[in-house]
Design a protein around this ligand. Structure first.
Ligand SMILES: Cc1cc2nc3c(=O)[nH]c(=O)nc-3n(C[C@H](O)[C@H](O)[C@H](O)COP(=O)(O)OP(=O)(O)OC[C@H]3O[C@@H](n4cnc5c(N)ncnc54)[C@H](O)[C@@H]3O)c2cc1C
Length: 490
């Protein structure tokens, strides 16, 4: 009522309002303003009280949920959920859910949805926490620790027309590799590092040296089970709930939580010929890379990296890679030049060794690398795929794994890659890169532009990844601030 009383003079148009300036009216107005102020204060404090009540009652309402798993409110657990591989952002959640079943996740999300926006609770799925900028964190909210979800048990299907494995969204890729190999099969598309979860990489893209042939990991999924933002459990694929399926892939957990995935498989090789060759000329390097991603049966993996200002370069490789021609290789001097390393892999089984050697030789003879810089090694398929873990173990032992990682990953269209390389490797990164710099092309035709991943328009684009580690207390070129400002220049 009082609001209406006040409302009337204020909505009167300005000229008539000016005309009505007699004392009794302005007195009424002052009273009304005082009243409305009081009312607003009361109203706002009611909201705050209600909100506080909501927030303070949330932990007990979560605790009351019937779950097979449990909620943790323990400081150590919250601290862990507030950290990630990037080591730059820390947002503490209010609780961590350790689900044992898909319905634990569905019930929790349904409950939070029903609390409404006033609960201010956000939810984030956390895979292995290898994000760089807090993507798997939920400030004051609930983090769902997907690695606790061990259902469904992994199931490998090797029917004549269908080769796939069904896995939990919280499963680590390294475990999938070991399990599928027991049946003689393997997923087709990987990331360089396998201690990441299925849900985590499918929420990004999952790109590595196999992507030129099979596309990223998000192009190698047949079906997903998703818990949506309202707590519904929905199955989706290209044919069924296609919009949800494509949105979740590369969707950083914003369209639902992946609780189960069906991943395509192929027969697994036993061994890998792993090859590195060097280029001083960037044009020759990318011409060969592009040639190889269109060559049908040449190599199974094509990547590349940049070598900046290193002199003892070949000594670093000598333990694991053998020069094709040791005499020539010993004469090669890198002398701090910027070099480009083409990295290739050919999969094979032992009985095919002779034939594979001939094929590899044939394809290498068509490339224009510096002749004395051909290095080879032969490793098992598992050792090849799990190669970054070997580096992880070494870095951990030196205390160099849990440092800030100001990584920068870019997709650069083919028409811009020359200019990019000229400016970046010619001017910006000349002394040190503070970590590996990857550069390799992929075919857009192997990507599905209905997913949430944003890719360049061109048929070929390059993944360029600056994988820097920062020295925590340094203000110099190896310090966080310096690397971040260099990233901005890129
Ligand atoms: C050493 C290293 C090497 C890497 N190499 C590569 C590489 O070669 N190629 C590549 O593409 N990437 C690579 N990455 C990046 C990696 O793919 C992403 O950081 C990935 O998100 C990490 O997976 P995770 O399980 O740790 O996910 P998290 O960091 O836990 O989560 C990542 C995102 O996915 C969401 N999420 C997690 N699980 C689910 C789920 N089940 N459902 C819905 N959303 C979910 C999270 O909320 C978050 O937004 C690398 C990372 C590291 C640390």
């Amino acid at each position: 009522m009082m609001i209406k009383l006040l409302h009337h003079p204020l909505t009167t148009n300005k000229s008539s309002y000016r005309k009505m300036r007699y004392p009794s009216f302005s007195l009424l107005r002052e009273h009304n303003i005082l009243f409305i102020r009081g009312f607003m204060i009361l109203f706002l404090s009611c909201i705050t009280i209600q909100l506080n009540f909501c927030i303070s009652s949330t932990p007990s309402s979560l605790k009351a949920l019937p779950l097979e798993g449990h909620f943790s409110f323990e400081e150590a657990d919250l601290k862990h959920a507030a950290s990630d591989f990037g080591n730059r952002y820390q947002s503490h959640p209010m609780a961590v859910l350790h689900p044992k079943s898909v319905s634990d996740i569905a019930n929790t999300i349904k409950h939070i949805w029903n609390l409404g926006p006033s609960s201010q609770l956000s939810v984030a799925a956390r895979g292995h926490g290898h994000s760089l900028q807090g993507q798997a964190q939920a400030h004051g909210g609930v983090v769902i620790n997907m690695e606790s979800l061990s259902v469904p048990e992994m199931q490998v299907h090797t029917g004549e027309s269908s080769l796939y494995v069904d896995v939990s969204g919280g499963e680590l890729w390294i475990n999938i590799l070991h399990e599928t190999l027991r049946y003689g099969f393997t997923p087709r598309s990987w990331t360089d590092y396998l201690h990441l979860t299925v849900g985590g990489t499918l929420s990004n893209a999952g790109v590595s040296g196999q992507a030129f042939r099979h596309g990223p990991q998000i192009s190698n999924v047949q079906k997903l089970e998703i818990v949506t933002g309202t707590g519904e459990v929905v199955n989706c694929s290209e044919e069924q709930n296609g919009e949800l399926f494509h949105s979740v892939l590369g969707g950083l957990g914003q369209f639902g939580i992946i609780t189960r995935a069906r991943i395509f498989l192929e027969p697994a090789p036993a061994m890998v010929k792993w090859i590195r060759v060097l280029y001083a000329d960037f044009t020759a390097f990318i011409r060969d890379q592009e040639k190889l991603i269109f060559a049908e049966k040449a190599f199974d993996y094509v990547e590349g990296f940049v070598i900046i200002n290193r002199t003892g370069l070949l000594n670093n490789w000598s333990s694991s890679f053998n020069p094709q021609d040791p005499v020539q290789a010993s004469e090669f001097k890198s002398d701090g030049r910027t070099l480009f390393c083409l990295e290739l892999a050919k999969y094979y089984n032992l009985e095919e060794t002779l034939l594979v050697n001939q094929e590899v030789e044939k394809h290498l003879s068509r490339l224009n690398y510096i002749p004395s810089t051909l290095f080879l090694t032969e490793v098992t398929y598992v050792d090849f795929l799990d190669r970054v873990h070997t580096s992880e173990v070494k870095l951990r032992s030196k205390g160099l794994w849990d440092v800030p990682h100001p990584w920068l990953n870019l997709f650069i269209p083919k028409t811009k890659i020359h200019h990019f390389a000229e400016v970046v490797f010619g001017n910006i990164v000349k002394e040190t890169s503070n970590g590996p710099v990857l550069i390799y092309p992929v075919n857009k035709s192997k990507w599905d532009n209905r997913t949430s991943v944003v890719i360049p328009e061109e048929d070929i684009f390059y993944l360029v990844a600056f994988l820097a580690s920062a020295v925590p207390s340094s203000n110099g070129p190896d310090g966080l601030e310096h690397i971040l400002s260099r990233n901005k220049k890129f």
